[in-house]
Each structure stands twice: as C-alpha cells, then as structure tokens.
Design a protein around this ligand. Structure first.
Ligand code: AMP
Length: 355
C-alpha cells in the first residue's frame, strides 16, 4: 500500500484558507459547529442528496455540500477536495462507510494518525497496545468450555454491538453462538460504564504533560444501548431469556455523565499510558480518542475497547462539558480539533497532526 505523502499534498494548499470536511453523519453537526467557531469554511460530504435536516440547525450546517453517489466515490473526487484545501476529520461512520483499506489510501490530508487503524481494528493488537500500557482489560476466555462466569461474546467487526450476547454457561454459549462468524469471549465486567473522551496534542504542551505533548480530558458519556439498558421494564433478564428474549447491545444514543473526582488521577494515568505506548508502537495516536471502561465496585477500571478518533459520545457537549468548561468555555471536541488545526497551520506544524 502506498503511504500518502501529506507534505506533498500540503505544498499546494493555501494554508490561510483551509476547509474542514467530513461525512454528514455521526458527529458532523458538532464538527461543523466547532470548525465554524474557529473561522473555518466547512464541507459536508453527503451521499445522494443534501441532507434536509441540516437546514434546521444553521450553526451545525456545512457551508457547502459535496454530493457523491456512494461513499466509496469520495475517492474519485480527491482533486476537487484538494482544490478546496480540504482537511478531512474522520469519525467512526466515515471509516466504516469508506472501509478501512480505502480509508488508508484516501489521498486527502486527514486529521490523526491513520496507522492507528491497524492497532484498534485487530482485537489481538489492541490488547497488546492496552495491556502493554499497563491497563487492565476484561479477561479473555479462549476455550468456551471454560466458561464459568458471565461472559460477553463479541463478533469481530460487528457494528454497534450487533449480535453480541451474554452467556453464563457453556451450554448457553452453544445455544446462542453463530459459528460461521469469528468471535471473542470476554469476562462480562460488573460495574458502571464510562466512555472517556481524551484529546492528545503532540504539538502543544499546555495540559497534562507527557514525554511529548500533552493530553486533555474533554468529556465522558455513557452509551444508551438497546435492549440491555431498559430490558428490566419487562421483567428480569432470566425471566425473559426463558421465553427466548435476549438482551442486545445496539447503541441508540449517548448520555452525559461525570465521575467522582477522586478517580480522575487514574483517568489521566490511563490516557497518558495509552499515548506513551502508542508513541513506541506506531508513532503515536493523534487528537481525540476514547477509552471504553467499566469501573468495578473496588473502583478499578477495566478497559474493554479504544476508539482512536472522535466518538459520538462527545455529541452531548456541542457547547462544552463540565470538564472542557474548565479548559475553555464553549469548547466541544469538534472545536478542539479545529483549534489544533488552526494552531498547527499558524506554526507550520500541519504535518505533525495530519496523515
Ligand atoms: P464494544 O463493541 O466492545 O464497545 O461493546 C459493546 C457494548 O457491550 C459496550 O458498550 C458495553 O455496554 C458492553 N460490553 C462490552 N464489553 C464488555 C465487558 N467486557 N463487560 C461488560 N460489558 C461489556
């Protein structure tokens, strides 16, 4: 695979007139809103037609729509996007719609380090990274016959938790498993979930300092997942399972949350360790990332996943969170990304945050 030479592309860019582009989905309202607040022009890449609901949100509407027939066609229009000095902000849906391989060859300067994809999309590599950073992950059960506690079974590449199930015994596992799909079995961690939204700047030293650059904690959320989060309205899970109704983990929204303050030192320790390890493994994660955690009754964190870009859980905070308000009023993750690009453009450091 040819690596994109960002510096080559950037030489033709008018750095005073950069445009921020993303796909119209996921966290795009927040990204456009944040970019506008920092004075950028914005482009919304949309499939088929301009999405009508943006008219109802003028402060989150892109200045221009870039219509493609299907997402993969974005690759055909890179010249047009370059003429507009476009910098792309990838979000979860962007990478999913384009496909990981195509995303890696997408010839437009992109915020963040694309190499991180190889480390987060492979559950084995993700474990090497996170455990290598000293984080505790849920135990993995290699042999289903050894299930002797509640476990969660996850299909590889399943979107939004689709198809995941809980089993408490080997027999229950056998009844539910679809053997044609690759899967992982994890200890089901009992506790409360916190999805922690960090921002790592390799080029600014004004927050929680690391060996290079610094991290901020911008916000945290809890995902609202159906049907697991509301299933008790109908009866206990055991009762429902008896009649063949099983809880599911499909994300439908996000709920704002804060954490007891005494846990924050640990939150920063974990974020810092993940970044330091990423610097050793693949040149470093850049910008927003999210650690998905469960806090146990012993107040220990178990981290079950990392997302290496802006997550939809930042959407409750278009106008800031209880944490980002303590950094700068009215600062969302989308705005923080725009600020980083502005700072880098001003200081000729764009190649340090774009790939
Ligand atoms: P994931 O695709 O790994 O983000 O998992 C989807 C959802 O399953 C999460 O948002 C959690 O609600 C739940 N989950 C995942 N892993 C675990 C675990 N090891 N223990 C408890 N719940 C989990």
């Amino acid at each position: 695979m040819n690596k994109i030479n960002v510096n080559d592309i950037l030489t033709s860019y008018d750095k005073e007139n950069l445009t921020i582009a993303t796909v119209c989905s996921h966290s795009s309202l927040q990204i456009f809103n944040g970019a506008k607040k920092e004075g950028f022009k914005t482009i919304g890449i949309s499939v088929g037609e301009k999405k009508k609901f943006y008219d109802a949100f003028p402060l989150g509407k892109p200045d221009e729509f870039f219509i493609v027939e299907k997402y993969k066609d974005i690759l055909k229009y890179t010249n047009e996007l370059r003429e507009k000095n476009a910098i792309v902000i990838p979000h979860g849906s962007f990478v999913e719609y384009l496909g990981a391989e195509k995303f890696l060859t997408f010839n437009i300067p992109t915020f963040g380090n694309r190499d991180v994809l190889l480390w987060e999309s492979d559950r084995g590599k993700e474990r090497i990274w996170l455990e290598g950073a000293g984080l505790t992950m849920p135990m993995e059960i290699k042999n289903p016959k050894e299930i002797d506690m509640p476990v969660i079974v996850k299909y590889h590449g399943a979107k939004g938790g689709k198809g995941f199930f809980i089993a408490k015994t080997y027999n229950e596992f056998l009844r539910r498993i679809k053997k044609d799909k690759p899967f992982t079995i994890q200890e089901f961690v009992m506790g409360t979930r916190y999805y922690l939204h960090y921002f790592y700047s390799p080029i600014q030293n004004n927050a929680y300092k690391l060996s290079k650059g610094s991290i901020q904690l911008l916000s945290m959320d809890r995902r609202d997942e159906t049907t697991i989060d509301e299933v008790q309205r109908l009866g206990s899970i055991a009762e429902l399972e008896e009649i063949g109704i099983h809880p599911t983990f499909v994300v439908t929204g996000n709920i704002p949350i804060v954490m007891r303050e005494s846990l924050l030192p640990k939150v920063f320790d974990m974020g810092a360790a993940v970044v330091e390890k990423s610097l050793n493994l693949f040149g470093g994660i850049i910008g927003s990332f999210c650690l998905e955690t469960v806090v146990t009754e012993d107040l220990e964190f178990k981290v079950f996943e990392i997302s290496a870009r802006i997550v939809a859980g930042t959407n409750p905070y278009t106008f800031g969170s209880p944490y980002s308000e303590l950094i700068q009023p009215d600062m969302s993750t989308g705005r923080r990304i725009a600020q980083e690009i502005k700072f880098a453009a001003k200081n000729k450091l764009l190649d340090k945050i774009l790939t």
